[in-house]
Each structure stands twice: as C-alpha cells, then as structure tokens.
Design a protein around this ligand. Sequence first.
Ligand SMILES: NC(=O)c1ccc[n+]([C@@H]2O[C@H](COP(=O)([O-])OP(=O)(O)OC[C@H]3O[C@@H](n4cnc5c(N)ncnc54)[C@H](OP(=O)(O)O)[C@@H]3O)[C@@H](O)[C@H]2O)c1
Length: 251
Amino acid sequence: MKRNSKTSVAVITGVSSGLGRALAQCFHHNGFRVVGISRSQPDIDLDLWVCADVTNPEDRARAVRETEAFAGSVDVLINNAGKGLYDTWEESSMEELKALFELNFFAVAGMTQAFLPLLKRSRGTVINISSAAGRIWVFCMGAYCASKAAVSMFSNSLRGEVARYGVRVLDVSPGQINTGFSSRSFGHRSPPDSPGRSAGPEDFAKAVYRAWKRGRKSMTYPGWLGAALFAVRYFVPGIYNHFSLKMWGLK
Ligand SMILES: NC(=O)c1ccc[n+]([C@@H]2O[C@H](COP(=O)([O-])OP(=O)(O)OC[C@H]3O[C@@H](n4cnc5c(N)ncnc54)[C@H](OP(=O)(O)O)[C@@H]3O)[C@@H](O)[C@H]2O)c1
C-alpha cells in the first residue's frame, strides 16, 4: 500500500514524556501531523495537543471531536500512555490493580473504539505499546505483566476483526528503555538495577516507525529480545525464577 506520510495524521497518547514524546518527534520528523494527548503539557512542538485523561470516556470522546475537527481522519493511533506497578500480588491493593488496568488496558480498548471511525476513513493503523513483561512473568510486576498481556491479546484479536476495514494493528513489546518510567509507577517497591545498558527512547521510536512502514504485525524491541524471552520461558524457567526471585529479595 502506498502511503503519503506528508499528509498523514498520527494520534499519540502519553506525549509529555518518555516513549510517547520520542514517538511524537519521530513521526513529526517523518512528515506526519501529530496530535498528542497527555494530562500535562509536553515540551515539544505538536500540531495539536489535547489535554486529556485517557481513562476518562468523556475526555476520549472530546479527543476524537478535536482530532476530527483538526484532521478529519487518522492514519496512525498509538496507544502508548501507561504505568508500571511494583508490588507483589500480596501487597497490591484492589484500588491500585483497578487503576492500573483502567490506564494500561481499558483506556487502550476505549481509545481504539473511540477512534475506529476516523481510522476506518483512512484505512489506518492501531499501534499498541505493550511490553516484554506481557510475554514473560516478572516478580513484583505481576499485575503490570497481566495488564500488558491483555494489551497484546487485545491487539492480536482486534487485528483480524478490523482487517475487513483495511485497518492494521501493530503490537509492540519493548524491553527496558531509559525513561524514568519506574519513578512514575504505582506500588511501593523499586526495581533492582538490571544488568546491561538500557536503550534510549529515540532509537525505539525509529524502530516503531520502521515496523509501521513495513506493515509488520508485531515487534519486540530490541529485536533479539523475542527469541531470548522464548528461550527463557520454555527452556530455563527454573533458572530464571531462581535468579529473579533473588534479585527482588524474595528468596
Ligand atoms: N520505559 C520502559 O522501559 C517501557 C518498557 C516496556 C513498555 N513500556 C510502556 O511504554 C509506555 C510509555 O512508557 P514510558 O516509559 O514512556 O513512561 P513515562 O515516561 O512515564 O510516560 C508515560 C506517559 O503517559 C502519560 N499518561 C499517564 N497517565 C495518563 C492518563 N491517565 N491520561 C493521559 N496520559 C497519561 C503521561 O503523561 P501525563 O502524566 O502528562 O498525563 C506520560 O506522557 C507505557 O505504556 C509503558 O508501559 C515502557
């Protein structure tokens, strides 16, 4: 399918920091008009900023109205806004669990439903930012893992349902990326220092843009991570459990 990114429109949630901010800059750099959504004002140039809480259905409906008035249709919707939760299941309160799923899962489904009419007009793409943590359990992050596994299942089932409208779905599962994400998360624990150097948000954004251009259905970032997660999950889960329980001080 030929795409003219000069006139394309991307709606991106969570543009005030981290991955959403980098995605907004990357799509803008590649000729998109970018509609950014967040609660606090971003420090980057956007074609339109909608101050909205994506967990609020009225805010989502207003974001659709403002986007429609601005652009008429949407080529790419990136559901990026999300948070972590660092607690064991035993420590997690029901309020925190519900707040996590409200943002990480229900807002993703709600935004997609709300924007689907505009996406259908341009045979656009839904890009959902899931996580590597949706592909393997992580201790003290079980609720976050569950919310991201739900996002990936949402993406993978939605894909077939909206194909008849020419709408595509890209499921994105990043590993750890340096954004300060854990300092803005729910819960009471802090993640232990993980080995190796985290990737930067700018390279991640370029990889997502490339995956969208190539019409891919899913991607992990970095690329080798998918195979590594598969190997750990199916061949050495006991070793993984042993070392990560120790890392979290649970053994
Ligand atoms: N960083 C990582 O290592 C990593 C790895 C895997 C997956 N992810 C996923 O990537 C996404 C972005 O993470 P990040 O690291 O960029 O996090 P971040 O730096 O904390 O950014 C989160 C963004 O979401 C927005 N947001 C939060 N609650 C919102 C709400 N109710 N309504 C609207 N916007 C809201 C925040 O803006 P306001 O507070 O201004 O609203 C902010 O712009 C998340 O879904 C995360 O789970 C991150």
